[in-house]
Design a protein around this ligand. Structure first.
Ligand SMILES: [Ca+2]
Ligand SMILES: [Ca+2]
Ligand SMILES: [Ca+2]
Ligand SMILES: [Ca+2]
Length: 476
């Protein structure tokens, strides 16, 4: 006859962070306050298998999810966690089974039961932790393999997982299962040789501790929507910045290790908007610096044309330099192109990529762009390679079209504009930018009061009438 086993509560607790005790001969107190919230929610908090019988199989699920406060904190993205298992402590004196004080977890710092409590017979080594979402969690299989009806040597696996807002992975469901072992001295004949037994206690328990091991911060540019990157390939001409134009946004994910942020993942999206030039260009996406090897996945909304990076998963090392668009495939002129390229990079060794604060490559750019160069190579019609940190002195004021404000010889202008707002309107074809954007020249001249770099933005100050002055080409 099988003996019954009463399983005590299996408790799932959430623990985050740690406290180190230090002593010193002298102390100065700096008051620092922070409102501390848990990054994770776990439910249910308890799994009670109740009365079970040897060789019975029982299971239950629990779910780990990002807390509301984590979800609404913009600078945080990922939580990495492990599911540890620790002995469960039972009161030496309380006998009321409904008392909330009947059980307590180990003390967080000492790893011992609180005074007046004793560790229960442990269920821990008989529990599995199996991920139920197919999104990369690492599980810990059961000690008992039903396929072979045996208990193979158990790998030393610590169940672990990650939740990430950026991947829309907001919760993970786990299954805990228990193949109930027989009680020593009462082992049925069909219990496989080599499989464990438990001592004759009547109450067993285990606490699962969901412990946060890492938080990742995210840096996004722009903070909302996308920036417009506009190209000028005619340095003696119209400066309409519509020869090619694309929307851009990027996210960088940093792991915090020992107080330093290390780059672990990148996401970039480039969406072609306009092509209005007689010349042809390769548009490059260059992310620098990157150290060590990485895997990157490219997703294109259309098929790749000659020279362009195709949809697929690749490996690389060092700076990442991709040809995103070859403009020869677009009709001229074309607007509202909508073809996009997404790039996701996972670095093999974040520790080789500590976050370093680089200055902006130009006074008018966000420092974020120090790591990005969406440069162009003009290969047909005209020639030249134009980088984001390059400027051009205007050499021919007679070519400037449809503008009441001629850009004087000697003014340095960028080839590549980065306008940090969504749905920015590039000038009409053959319309020098100083016509619709009256303060553009003041800004890039840098000498006109608050319209200089760091001052008032020029790109919000559009003259709606003048934007649509021009010949034949395209208007937004
Ligand atoms: Ca997950
Ligand atoms: Ca999940
Ligand atoms: Ca142009
Ligand atoms: Ca043009």
């Amino acid at each position: 006859m099988s003996k019954k086993i009463l399983i005590g509560l299996l408790t799932v607790a959430v623990v985050a962070g740690g406290v180190a005790a230090l002593s010193a001969f002298e102390a100065h107190v700096i008051n620092v306050t922070a409102h501390v919230e848990n990054a994770l929610n776990v439910s249910p908090k308890e799994i009670a298998f109740g009365t079970v019988f040897p060789q019975e199989y029982v299971d239950d699920n629990f779910t780990i999810s990002l807390s509301d406060s984590f979800l609404t904190t913009g600078r945080l993205d990922d939580v990495e966690y492990v599911i540890n298992q620790k002995p469960k402590c039972k009161s030496n004196t309380i006998t009321d089974k409904s008392s909330p004080l009947l059980y307590k977890p180990l003390d967080y710092a000492t790893h011992e039961c609180p005074a007046g409590y004793t560790a229960m017979a442990s269920l821990c080594s008989f529990l599995s932790k199996l991920p139920q979402d197919a999104d990369g969690e690492i599980g810990e299989p059961s000690y008992y393999d039903p396929q072979t009806d045996s208990c193979p040597a158990r790998l030393a696996v610590l169940a672990s997982g990650r939740l990430a807002k950026s991947l829309n992975d907001l919760s993970d469901t786990w299954k805990v299962d228990l193949k109930v072992p027989p009680i020593a001295g009462n082992v049925a004949q069909d219990w496989p040789v080599g499989c464990p037994t438990v001592p004759a206690e009547d109450d067993y328990g285990c606490d699962l501790w969901v412990e946060v091991t890492n938080l990742s911060t995210v840096k996004e540019y722009p903070v909302e929507g996308s920036a417009y990157i506009g190209y000028e390939d005619w340095h003696q001409g119209d400066f309409d910045y519509n020869d090619f134009g694309m929307n851009f946004n990027a996210k960088e994910f940093y792991k915090q290790i020992g107080g330093t942020d290390y780059l672990s993942r990148l996401y970039m999206k480039f969406e072609a908007v306009i092509y209005d030039s007689g010349a042809e260009h390769y548009i490059h996406g260059l992310r620098k610096p990157l150290s060590g090897s990485y895997t990157y996945t490219v997703t294109r909304s259309g098929s790749a044309y000659a020279g362009e990076i195709a949809t697929g998963t690749y490996t690389g090392s060092g700076d990442l330099n991709l040809v995103l668009f070859n403009t020869i495939k677009y009709a001229w002129p074309q607007i509202g192109i909508g073809e996009y390229v997404e790039v996701e990079v996972t670095l093999d060794n974040p520790l080789a990529n500590p976050k370093t604060a680089l200055p902006a490559p130009r006074p008018d750019l966000d420092p974020f762009m120090a790591n990005y160069d969406p440069y162009e190579v003009v290969y047909q019609g005209q020639s030249g390679t134009f980088h984001i940190d390059a400027t051009e002195i205007v050499t021919d004021t007679t070519q400037q079209k449809n503008t009441p404000r001629i850009i004087p010889i000697g003014i340095e202008l960028p080839y590549i504009l980065v306008v940090p707002i969504t749905n920015w309107k590039a000038p009409h074809e053959d319309t020098t930018i100083t016509s619709p954007y009256w303060h553009f020249l003041d800004y890039y001249d840098g000498l006109k009061g608050d319209w200089g770099p760091g001052g008032t933005t020029w790109y919000n100050d559009i003259d709606p009438l003048k934007n649509f002055v021009g010949y034949g080409g395209l208007a937004f």
